[in-house]
Write a protein that binds this ligand. Structure first.
Ligand SMILES: NC(=O)c1ccc[n+]([C@@H]2O[C@H](COP(=O)([O-])OP(=O)(O)OC[C@H]3O[C@@H](n4cnc5c(N)ncnc54)[C@H](O)[C@@H]3O)[C@@H](O)[C@H]2O)c1
Ligand SMILES: [Zn+2]
Length: 364
C-alpha cells in the first residue's frame, strides 16, 4: 500500500491521505468502518460501476444505503441528481454524522462531492475513483460540482475529501476509449511538472496500453503527487493551480465545439498540441512537439481538430472561456518539458489572437 499525504492548511480538516494499492477495493469497507466508526455511510455510485462488479467488491457482505446514478455519465451531472441524493439521505434520517462514499468516475465524484458539500452545510466524503480521469485528476483537489443546462460545472464548491482510495485494478473493466482518454491528464502532469515522468510514459507506453497494474500504480502515484503538490499551494485556483489547465483552453473549446462527441481527454490532447504549436511560434520550444505528438498518437487519441468542427465557432468559444478577460483567455505554456513558463509571477500568459487563429487553422 502506497500512502501520500495531502496537506491543505487553508481548509478546516487540514490534510487527507491518498491510498494506492492494486486489488485493495475489497478491503476498503473494513477500513472505513475502522476509521469512521461513528459515521453513517451512504454510497454513491453509478449503474455501470455497479454492473462491472465494483460495488459488490467494495461492500462485500455489508448492506449500506446506496444511490446508483442512472443513466451514468455527464447526462446525470445535474442539480436534479444532487437533489435526489439529498432527499434520499433525508428520507433515511441521515444527519451531519454522514460519510458519503463516492465510488466511480469523475461524474460520480463530482456529484457526490457536491452533495456532501451542501447537505446539512457539509458532511464528510471519501473518494474511490474507478476511471483513469478520476484516478489522475478529479478525485484529488476538492473541486466538486454539477452542470446547468447552459454550462459545465455551473454549480460547484471546493470540498476536500477525507481520504482517497485508488485501486488501479478497477481500471481493467473500463472501455478502451475512456481508458486512453483519461491517460492524457497524466501526460499533462508530466509536461507541466516532471520530464522524467514524461520519459516514463515514453518507455512504458506498451505496458500502459496493456494495463499493466504495476505501471498503472506508478502512474497513479505520480499523478497524485503532482496534482496534490499544486493543490496544496493553491487550493482555490488563485494563480499556480492554473498550470493544471495546460492544454485545456483550446481543449475545452474543441470539446464544446464537438458537441461533447469528443471525450475530455481526447480534446485536451488536441489542446496540448495547440499549446505546443503556440510555444513553437513564440520561440519557446526546442523541437519537443514531435515527441509529445508521438506519445499522444501511441495512446490512441486524436491530435488534430476533426474536420467537422467549424473554426469560427471554435474561436467564439475561446472568446467565451470562463477565465477570459476582454474576450480573450490567457494561456499556460511550457518553457520545456516539465517546466511551465512563468511571466511576472503569472502562470497564464498573453498570446496574440491572430497567432492562435493561425494555429487553429493549421491544426485541422
Ligand atoms: N473535479 C475535478 O477536478 C475534475 C477533474 C477532471 C474531470 N472532472 C469531471 O469528471 C467527469 C469525467 O470523468 P470520467 O471520465 O471519469 O467520467 P464518468 O464518471 O462519466 O465515467 C465514464 C464512464 O465510465 C463508466 N465507468 C466508470 N468506472 C468504470 C469502471 N471501472 N469500469 C467500467 N465502466 C466504468 C461510467 O459509468 C461512465 O459511463 C466530467 O464531468 C468532468 O467535468 C472533474
Ligand atoms: Zn482536464
Amino acid at each position: 500500500m502506497v500512502r501520500l499525504d495531502v496537506k491543505i492548511p487553508q481548509v478546516e480538516a487540514g490534510s487527507y491521505t491518498i491510498y494506492i494499492e492494486a486489488g485493495s477495493l475489497c478491503a476498503i469497507w473494513e477500513r472505513l468502518e475502522a476509521d469512521y466508526p461513528n459515521l453513517q455511510k451512504f454510497v454513491v455510485t453509478d449503474a455501470n460501476v455497479a454492473a462491472a462488479g465494483h460495488l459488490a467488491t467494495l461492500i462485500g457482505k455489508n448492506s449500506p444505503q446506496v444511490y446508483s446514478i442512472d443513466p451514468p455519465g455527464e447526462a446525470s451531472k445535474h442539480i436534479d441528481t444532487v437533489i435526489a441524493i439529498i432527499e434520499e439521505l433525508e428520507k433515511a434520517f441521515f444527519g451531519r454524522d454522514t460519510l458519503i462514499v463516492a465510488l466511480g468516475g469523475g461524474t460520480v465524484g463530482d456529484i457526490a462531492g457536491f452533495a456532501a458539500a451542501i447537505f446539512k452545510r457539509g458532511v464528510k466524503v471519501v473518494q474511490i475513483p474507478t476511471t483513469t480521469v478520476a484516478q489522475a485528476d478529479s478525485s484529488v483537489g476538492g473541486k466538486t460540482g454539477v452542470d446547468s443546462s447552459i454550462s459545465k460545472n455551473a454549480f460547484g464548491a471546493f470540498w476536500q475529501p477525507e481520504a482517497v482510495f485508488i485501486d488501479v485494478k478497477t481500471l481493467l473493466t473500463l472501455d478502451d476509449r475512456q481508458y486512453c482518454a483519461g491517460l492524457i491528464e497524466g501526460v499533462k502532469h508530466a509536461l507541466i511538472a516532471d520530464s522524467e515522468y514524461f520519459e516514463f510514459y515514453e518507455k512504458n507506453v506498451d505496458a500502459i496500453k496493456n494495463r499493466d497494474l504495476d505501471v498503472l500504480g506508478e502512474i497513479a502515484l505520480k499523478n497524485c503527487q503532482i496534482k496534490a503538490s499544486v493543490v496544496e499551494k493553491d487550493p482555490t485556483e488563485k494563480n499556480l493551480r492554473r498550470i493544471l489547465n495546460y492544454g485545456h483552453t483550446i481543449g475545452h473549446a474543441v470539446e464544446t465545439a464537438s458537441g461533447f462527441e469528443l471525450l475530455h481527454g481526447e480534446s485536451v490532447a488536441i489542446g496540448i498540441i495547440a499549446a505546443g504549436m503556440i510555444e513553437e511560434e513564440m520561440g519557446l520550444a526546442t523541437g519537443r512537439l514531435g515527441r509529445i505528438e508521438q506519445i499522444l498518437r501511441k495512446l490512441g487519441v486524436p491530435v488534430r481538430i476533426p474536420a467537422e468542427i467549424d473554426k469560427k465557432q471554435l474561436i467564439n468559444i475561446v472568446k467565451r472561456d470562463k477565465k477570459a478577460v476582454n474576450q480573450w483567455p490567457k494561456f499556460v505554456l511550457l518553457e520545456d518539458i516539465g517546466k511551465v513558463l512563468c511571466k511576472n509571477g503569472q502562470w497564464a500568459v498573453d498570446v496574440p489572437r491572430d497567432l492562435v487563429e493561425k494555429i487553429l487553422t493549421d491544426l485541422y
